[in-house]
Ligand binder design. Structure first.
Ligand code: CP3
Length: 337
C-alpha cells in the first residue's frame, strides 16, 4: 500500500507523504511542451495518452508519493449539458451561465459514465505505469464550487451571484447541489473503478460562505456525495478553503481534510478528531528564494500532528513557481527528523 493511503488512515509512516495540488501544470517545461503538442487544454484533457503523459511528468521529475489524474473540475459537466471553454487568459468560462431555477432543473445526472470515459482511460494508462507505492488520486469539484462556476459563468472574485441565488431560491438551490453531488459521486466511482486509489473533492470557493450557510446548504450535499463512496473503501480527501469552516467539517464522512494556507494546521487537527489533515504551505511561499521556502516548510512541519498528515500546499501551485523552490519544499518534507 502507498505511504499516502497509510497516512490518510492515520497509520504510522516513515515520513509524511507529499504531493502538490496542480502538480501537473504550467510551472513544468515538460507540461508546456505536451500542452503545445495537444493544441489546447481541452484536447490535452480529452486525449488519454497525453493526459496520462502529463499526469506522470511531476512524479517522474520529483518522485512524489501520488499522481493526480490530469483533468479539470468542469469536464464532467459536459455530459450534464453544460458548455464551457478554457480561453488562454482569465480562467474557464461557462458559455451560458445557469442563473436561475429554470435552468438548474435541466441539468441531468449522466448514466453509465457517459461523456467521461476518456478520464477512465487515462487513469487506467497511468495506473499501468506508476510504481505500486505511488498512489493515484481521482478528483472532482464539490457541489458548491461547481454551482459557483455554473451561476457566475466563470471564476468570480466575490461569488455574489451564487450567494444571492442560494438565498433567493433555497429549495431549488439545495436540489441543484444534490444533482451535482449525485453526478460527482458517479464520476468518482467511475474513476475508482478505472484504478484511482484515493479521491479528492475540491471545494475551492467554500471560503465565500459563512460557517452557518456552509453547514446549512453545503455540508448536506457533500455528505450525500461522500456517502455514495462508502463501500469503495478508498480514502476521501476534501479540500475546503476558509479556516472558519473547519469546525463545521468535523461531521463529514471523509478521512482527510485538506486545509488552505490561511489555516493553522495544529488548531484544525485539534477540532477534527479521527481525521487526517493535508496541507498547507502558502503557494506564494514558493515564489520566495529556496532558503525562505525551506524555512517556511520547516515552520509548517512544526504544526503537524504526529500521525494522519499529508504534506501539500494550501492551494494549487502557481505557474510562476521556480522548479528549485518546489524541489526545496520536497527536500525539507523528506529530510530525516
Ligand atoms: O495536477 C493537477 O493537480 C491536476 C490537474 C488539475 C487542473 N485543474 C488542471 C488545469 C486540477 C486538480 C484542477 C482542478 C480545478 N480546476 C480546480 C480546483 C482546484 C483549485 O485550484 O482550486 C478549479 C477551481 C478549477 C477551475 C480552473 N481550471 C481554473 C480556475 C483554471 C484557470 C486557472 C489556471 O490555472 O489557468 C483552470 C484551467 C486549468 N486547469 C489549467 C490546468 C493545468 C491551466 C490550463 C492551461 O494549461 O492553459
Amino acid at each position: 500500500m502507498s505511504r499516502l493511503v497509510w497516512a490518510c488512515r492515520r497509520e504510522a509512516v516513515d515520513r509524511p507523504p507529499v504531493w502538490i495540488m496542480r502538480q501537473a501544470g504550467r510551472f513544468l517545461p515538460e507540461y508546456r511542451a505536451t500542452r503545445a503538442k495537444a493544441g489546447s487544454f481541452l484536447a490535452l484533457c480529452r486525449t488519454p495518452e497525453l493526459a496520462a503523459e502529463v499526469t506522470l511528468q511531476p512524479v517522474t521529475r520529483f518522485g512524489f508519493d501520488a499522481a493526480i489524474i490530469f483533468s479539470d473540475i468542469l469536464l464532467p459537466l459536459a455530459p450534464m449539458g453544460v458548455e464551457f471553454a478554457f480561453p488562454d487568459e482569465g480562467g474557464p468560462r461557462i458559455e451560458s451561465a445557469l442563473s436561475g431555477p429554470g435552468e438548474w432543473a435541466r441539468l441531468e445526472v449522466p448514466r453509465d459514465g457517459r461523456g467521461t470515459a476518456f478520464v477512465a482511460e487515462a487513469i487506467a494508462l497511468v495506473r499501468g505505469k506508476l510504481p505500486a507505492e505511488v498512489a493515484l488520486i481521482g478528483f472532482c469539484g464539490a457541489p458548491w464550487t461547481l454551482a459557483s462556476y455554473l451561476i457566475e459563468g466563470g471564476t468570480s472574485r466575490d461569488h455574489a451571484a451564487v450567494r444571492a441565488a442560494m438565498l433567493s431560491h433555497p429549495d431549488e438551490f439545495r436540489r441543484l447541489l444534490d444533482v451535482l453531488a449525485d453526478a460527482m459521486a458517479a464520476y468518482l466511482r467511475q474513476q475508482v473503478a478505472a484504478g484511482a486509489g484515493v479521491v479528492q473533492i475540491f471545494d475551492s470557493w467554500a471560503v465565500a460562505l459563512s460557517a452557518p450557510s456552509y453547514g446549512d446548504f453545503v455540508v448536506p450535499a457533500l455528505t450525500r456525495l461522500l456517502r455514495q463512496l462508502d463501500d469503495l473503501g478508498v480514502p476521501r480527501i476534501v479540500y475546503v478553503s476558509g479556516g472558519h469552516l473547519v469546525p463545521v467539517l468535523a461531521a463529514l464522512p471523509c478521512e482527510v481534510v485538506s486545509l488552505d494556507w490561511r489555516t493553522d494546521l495544529a488548531a484544525a487537527a485539534a477540532v477534527l478528531p479521527g481525521k487526517a489533515v493535508q496541507g498547507n504551505l502558502d503557494p506564494a511561499a514558493l515564489l520566495a528564494p529556496p532558503e525562505a521556502v525551506r524555512a517556511a516548510t520547516r515552520a509548517m512541519l512544526e504544526r503537524v500532528p504526529a500521525s494522519g498528515y499529508v504534506a501539500n500546499l494550501g492551494h494549487g501551485i502557481l505557474p510562476a513557481t521556480p522548479i528549485a523552490s518546489a524541489q526545496a519544499f520536497l527536500d525539507v518534507v523528506r529530510e530525516p527528523r
